[in-house]
Design a protein around this ligand. Structure first.
Ligand code: SF4
Length: 876
């Protein structure tokens, strides 16, 4: 029989019926029978366990250069060994006695290496053990061997055939039968995953009330642990005790996750996420506040090294060092006692949780011990642990469980007819696919003449048939009508076959032409639940949603009266005093004009990323500093303005300036928007930016002849804040150029320009776009008494571009790349435009100070880089 539970169920049933089989027969699993035979007739080697076999395969793969050492490859070797190791056919191939395609060579090499590795540890593969036994006559007196609930493996069949006394009786072809007589069959269809838990809870209560409590109900699910966690609290509240029986992946246990994270830290270059994950694990012994503080610390500086992270981790968590030891070598598993003591002493955890962690720990120890025996590496250990399942159980409720949740294979081993009801969940074609495996292992076995004989459909039929035979009163088959992508689901093939047994004419498609794919005999008893009741479905309860907090719906559009005094924070003066009048920078004002809510989230809530950036902001700062330094030096060493003939000298200075600036970046503070590349691609981006700045000098040599730069990063400090739009204005102006007649042009550097920077659109209408340069132009007029004839944006990006607003007194041909029509202010002197802009800003700032922060994008581009991801007004 396929498993120990099936053996016990069979024995119990036979004993209850006083069946002759209770006395005259030995009921066992193939593995146990092999153990017994091998104990007596074997050659002294021990039969390798699954973990020892896996370690052997991984170690063999390490020594087989033509095959990758991956879990997929190890599983394929396992299938190859299961299919034919120990057989005469595969032995002939292993000994080179048959001609095979060259491509099978590496597989055979790996298999030979695997057997040698096992032999070195005094172990033998089970297939080989059957093969060794088959070469001797062990059973001469008559014996009938019946294979039940499974297909006999090739090695078992070969052994039975080799023994003159054994008559082997297979189970015959796997078949699906109708539900046992007297068992009601129903189908349940939640509309989707959200509706499933509540539907199942309601259904289970109903089944238990209508007689299924005798024997209880088995729920078989694809992912039983997840299902248990979703229904157990609600059922336990209704005094229905529920148990989960099964396994949990090693990597999903807290111990497994902690161990794997520490392994990732040791093998990877980028460790911050792994470190934080370890610190958030209960095994770290660190509070979540401390873990998040570590995360913020490490992410705020791109140059935080792996060593610095590890040093900090060691200082924060004493168990981190134990885990570092544990992953260092299979020998170090002896230190796991310290971790075990901590698990045993941990307070505030359930017994089931503790047992699960101890089971994971014990699995790790056992794999490490196997690795020591096989002289395998720690990497092999981790590879073997990757797909391992830790035995796990949970129970919710005081009494013996009335509901048992498990997977369908486990359910199939239980005693038929011994439960009140059974619910088979997730019965979709996607959850139970029927792909016949066709890989190199199958091809090699076929090439040597071994019929693998294993059919996925036959296997699925056996499991389904056994599950259908379990209930005495009711069988329910459940399938969500839609999957997580809201796409239609289809019944599993075994369900279709089962349904066909109840149809009048299985060839008549009209009979099941409905969304449930069911004949009319089942349609009246269908159980359904929609996904529209969001609260009930997610709370798995029909109770009213309790009000845990009654609060007014917050208004996204307006800051409440009480919070208004904090909307604009006061600015401090150098003497420690406070500027009474609200004070803004031009970029803040521009942001508010783009969208009041965007200003609020960016400037007031500061929804910034935790990570030190490497993007437009940092590149822009670098370029601004470079352009300032360049001109300061150029003016001092060469001339007041770059011209065509001075370009070679200008390029040489820019080259030096950008190189010096790049070299200084690492020493700067991360909060100063420094530009520090940490990857090769980023290093190339910095080189590209430096080259672009040199290239920009071409445009510079043709820009505004007759003008020369007079101010760079011209600062309007808080102490000298200028009156603007009824409030105060501060900021820094990238550059001011002047001619000998006292005309000034305000220049704002940009990495790239869009139409948004133009004054007019293609129909000649004012865009009302970017205003930063116009605001600074007015401030400069007011502060320095200059006659401003242009407020322009100059791009140092790939294309020579200029945009903004210019007076008719400026020649567009002196501004390479400007669209004269879109940027020349036609209605009068530029000061008229500056006054009109100030009026517009005054109105906006009045609104801002009244608390108006509605999401109101000026253009669809405004939403492009907005951090309000869930904003209902988002455009574009
Ligand atoms: S998404 Fe658009 S509308 Fe919403 S806050 Fe951001 S910029 Fe404003």
């Amino acid at each position: 029989m396929p498993g120990q539970s099936a053996v016990e169920a069979f024995r119990k049933k036979a004993a209850r019926r006083h069946d002759a089989l209770s006395f005259g027969a030995t009921v066992t699993t193939p593995a146990s029978w092999l153990e017994q035979l091998w104990d007596v007739w074997g050659d002294g080697r021990a039969i390798a366990t699954r973990s020892q076999r896996l370690l052997g395969f991984f170690k063999a793969l390490d020594n087989t250069p033509d095959l990758s050492s991956s879990s997929g490859m190890a599983s394929m070797l396992m299938r190859l060994a299961n299919g034919g190791l120990g057989s005469r056919e595969l032995d002939a191939a292993l000994q080179g006695e048959c001609v095979l395609e060259e491509s099978f060579g590496p597989l055979l090499d790996a298999l030979r290496a695997y057997e040698a590795i096992l032999a070195g540890a005094n172990l033998v593969d089970p297939g080989r053990a059957w093969g060794v036994l088959a070469r001797r006559e062990l059973v001469s007196r008559p014996m009938r061997v019946s294979v039940l609930g499974m297909e006999a493996s090739n090695s078992l069949t070969a052994f039975c055939d080799s023994q003159p006394g054994i008559e082997l009786e297979g189970e015959g072809s796997a078949q699906i039968f109708p539900a046992p007589a007297g068992v009601r069959v129903r189908f349940a269809f939640p509309a989707g995953g959200y509706a499933r838990s509540l539907l199942l809870c309601d259904l289970l209560k109903e089944m238990l009330e209508s007689g299924c409590s005798e024997g209880g109900v088995v729920v078989a699910a694809r992912n039983p642990r997840v299902l248990y966690e979703s229904i157990a609290p609600s059922l336990a509240e209704a005094s229905v005790s529920v148990a989960f029986e099964g396994g949990v992946p090693f990597s999903a246990t807290d111990f497994g996750r902690a161990l794997l994270r520490v392994r990732d830290i040791s093998t990877s270059d980028s460790v911050v996420a792994c470190c934080t994950d370890f610190l958030l694990n209960p095994f770290s012994g660190v509070s979540s506040d401390a873990a998040y503080a570590f995360d913020a610390w490490a992410r705020a500086d791109r140059l935080t090294s792996k060593e610095a992270c590890i040093d900090k981790m060691r200082a924060m968590s004493s168990s981190f060092e134990y885990f570092e030891e544990l992953i260092s070598s299979p020998d170090a598993s002896v230190l796991s006692g310290v971790v075990e003591d901590r698990v045993r002493a941990a307070g505030g955890v359930s017994g089931a949780y503790r047992a699960e962690q101890l089971a994971a720990l014990s699995m790790f120890r056992s794999v490490a011990e196997d690795a020591r025996r096989l002289d395998a590496s720690m990497d092999d250990c981790f590879a073997a642990l990757e797909g391992a399942q830790v035995p796990s159980s949970r129970i919710a409720g005081e009494s013996d469980p009335l509901v048992r949740v498990m997977d369908s294979r486990r359910a199939a081993l239980l005693e038929s007819g011994s439960f009140g009801g059974v619910i088979l969940c997730d019965m979709t074609s996607a959850a139970y696919p029927l792909n016949e495996r066709s890989d190199a292992a199958a091809a090699l076995l076929k090439a040597v003449g071994i019929d693998v004989g294993h059919s996925t459909l036959a296997d699925a039929r056996r499991v389904f048939a056994a599950a259908v035979a379990l209930p005495a009163r009711e069988l329910v088959i459940e399938r969500c009508l839609k999957n997580e992508d809201a796409a239609e689901t289809y019944p599993a093939a075994v369900v279709e076959e089962f349904v066909d047994l109840y149809r009048n004419d299985p060839t008549d498609a009209d009979e099941i032409d409905n969304q449930y794919a069911l004949p009319s005999c089942f349609l009246s008893s269908i159980i359904e639940r929609g996904e529209e009741s969001l609260y009930e479905n997610s709370a798995v309860s029909h109770g009213e949603q309790p009000a845990s907090l009654v609060d007014e719906e917050p208004s996204l559009a307006h800051v409440s009266e009480g919070k208004l005094p904090h909307l604009v924070l006061p600015r401090f003066l150098p003497d420690g005093g406070v500027l009474k009048v609200p004070c803004f920078s031009a970029s803040q004002i521009e942001s508010y004009l783009e969208c009041p809510q965007k200003w609020f989230s960016q400037r007031r809530l500061r929804l910034d990323d935790l990570d030190e950036g490497f993007g437009a902001l940092e590149m822009g700062d670098f370029a601004h500093h470079a352009l300032k330094r360049f001109y300061e030096r150029f003016r001092e060493e060469v001339a007041p303005k770059v011209t065509g003939e001075l370009l070679p000298a200008a390029r040489a200075i820019m080259h030096e300036v950008t190189a010096d600036l790049a070299a200084e970046q690492e020493a700067r503070n991360p909060s100063d928007n420094r530009l520090v590349p940490v990857q090769e691609l980023e290093r190339r981006q910095v080189q590209e930016l430096m080259a672009r700045l040199e290239g920009y000098l071409d445009l510079e040599s043709r820009l505004l002849p007759g003008f020369h730069p007079t101010h760079f990063e011209y600062e309007i400090p808080v102490s000298g804040a200028v009156d603007y739009a009824g409030y105060k204005l501060i900021g820094s102006i990238d550059r001011i150029d002047m001619d000998d007649a006292g005309h000034a042009v305000i220049i704002d550097y940009k990495g790239s320009l869009s139409n948004d920077y133009d004054l007019y659109d293609s129909e000649g209408k004012e865009r009302g776009g970017k205003v930063q340069a116009l605001i600074y132009a007015q401030a400069v007029q007011r502060l320095l008494g200059l006659d401003v004839v242009g407020a322009i944006y100059v791009s140092y990006g790939r294309a020579a571009q200029i945009s903004g607003a210019i007076d008719v007194r400026l020649e567009p041909r002196h501004l390479p790349g400007i669209k004269a029509k879109a940027c020349t202010f036609a209605q009068g002197p530029l000061s008229d435009l500056l006054d009109a802009t100030e009026l517009r800003v005054a109105h906006a700032l009045d609104e801002l100070l009244s608390g108006e922060v509605a999401p109101r994008p000026a253009r669809k581009e405004s939403c492009k880089h907005c951090p309000e991801i869930s904003c209902p007004q988002r455009r574009g």
